[in-house]
Design a binder for this molecule. Sequence first.
Ligand code: SF4
Length: 459
Amino acid sequence: MTAVEVSDFAGWRTAARHLLASDTPPDQVLWTPGLFSGETEAGAATQTTTTVPKEFLQTAKTVALHRDDRKWPLLYRVLYRLTHGERSLLKIDIDDDTRELNLMEKAITRDMHKMKAFVRFRRVQGAEPEEFVAWHRPDHLIVEALAPWFADRFGAMRWTILTPDRSAYWDTNELRFGPGVPRSEAPPADELEDLWRDYYASIFNPARVKVKAMKAEMPVRHWATLPEAQLISSLLAKADTRVNQMATSQKTSAAPFVPATRSISELQIAAPNCRGCELYEHATQVVFGEGPSDAKVVMVGEQPGDEEDMKGHPFIGPAGRLLSKAMHESGLDREKIYVTNAVKHFKFIERGKRRIHAKPTGIEISACRPWLEAELASIEPELIVCLGATAAQALMGREFRVTTDRGKFFPHRWGKELVATIHPSAILRAQERAEEEYALFVKDLQLIAARVAELDKAS
Ligand code: SF4
C-alpha cells in the first residue's frame, strides 16, 4: 500500500503523476488529508507522459475544491480508469465514479453561484480610503478559486472576504489570502447593512413569494449573514397588502433599487439586484459603468453587447475596441473617461447559438435612467458624450436627432455640456462606408478632446 498525503489540487496532481508512472492501482493507494502539497511517498517515481482528457483536468480542478476528502481517491480512480482503457468513462453517466464526480462538480458550481450571490460587503466604519468587508460561509473550499471573480467585479474597491476556512483581501491591485476567521470577528453592522435591508424590502416582490424556492435559492444557513434575510418574515406578513398595492400601480423603473448615495462603489454593489425591468431575467449579469469616479468626461452608450454581458465590463467588445482606437487617435485618454450605458442589461434575441443585439424599448430606457442619473450625479462630469441615439434620447428627450445635432454642444443638468455622436457599432455595420464613418467619428472625438481642453482651462 502506498500512502499519499495531499491537501490541494497541485499536490494531488503531482502524486497522481508519480502513481501512474509506477502503474499503482487505485486500491493500492491510501490517500490522507495533509497540510503540505505535493509531498508524497510516491514522489521518487519517474513522471508519466500519459495524456489525460482535458475535460477531466478541468473537472478535477473543480472537484479538488470539495470539502469531502473522498475526492482524492475518487479522482485517482477516475484518472486510472481513463488511462487504462476506459477513455470514454466520463461519458458514461450511470457509472458510479462518473456519477459521484459529476455530483461533486455540481455541488462546487452551485456553491460558487451562491457565494457570488450572497456575499454582502459592508463598509468598514472610519476606514480611509474606503474599505469593505464581507463574511460568508461557503460549503466548500472555494474562496481562493472565486476571489479573482470578486477582484474583477469589484476591482475599484478595497475589500476583504472573511470565511471560516480562508480570507481573501483585494487592495485594488493585488489579491492576498490569509487564515479563516470565526463569525464573531466579522465587523459590526453599519449603514451599508441598512442599505441592503432597504434594498431587499424594495425588491421583494410579494406576488412571487414561494417560500420553498426562496429557501432553495437563499439557504437558511446563509440567512444569519444576510441583512435582508432578517426582513423576510415581516415582508411575508405584509405580502397580501403589497400585492394589492402593486396590482393598482404596476411601474417599471430602477428607482426603488438605486440607493440614495453619491458613491459609485455603492451604486455598483447595488446594481446587480435591480429588477426595474425584465431585462435582468435573460442577461448574464448587470454591466455597470467603469472609470474614474472624478472623471471630467462620461461617455454613454446604448447597452452592453454579448461580450460585455459575459465578462461584466462595458465597451470591451468589438465596438468598445473600435472606440478605444478612435479615442487614442483623437487624443482622448480612455483611462480618464468614465464609460457606461443607458441600459445596464444586455437585450438580445437568440438565433441558434448566437445572441443578437435587440434595441431596448423606450420603457426599458426610461426604467434604467435612474442608474444613469445616479452615476452622473455622483461624477458631476464637465462633458457628457452620448454615443448613438439611445443614449442621446435618454438624456435629451425623444425629439433629439443625432443625425442633425451631432457634434453640437448643449448645456445639460448632469454636466456642464452634452454632445452626441454616433455609436461605434454603427461604424462596424456600415460595411463599404465604414472607413468614411470612422473618419467622421474620429473628427467628432477630436472636437470633443478640444472642448475638454477648453473646459479644463475655464475651470
Ligand atoms: S436594464 Fe436597468 S432597469 Fe432594467 S433590470 Fe437592468 S439595471 Fe434594472
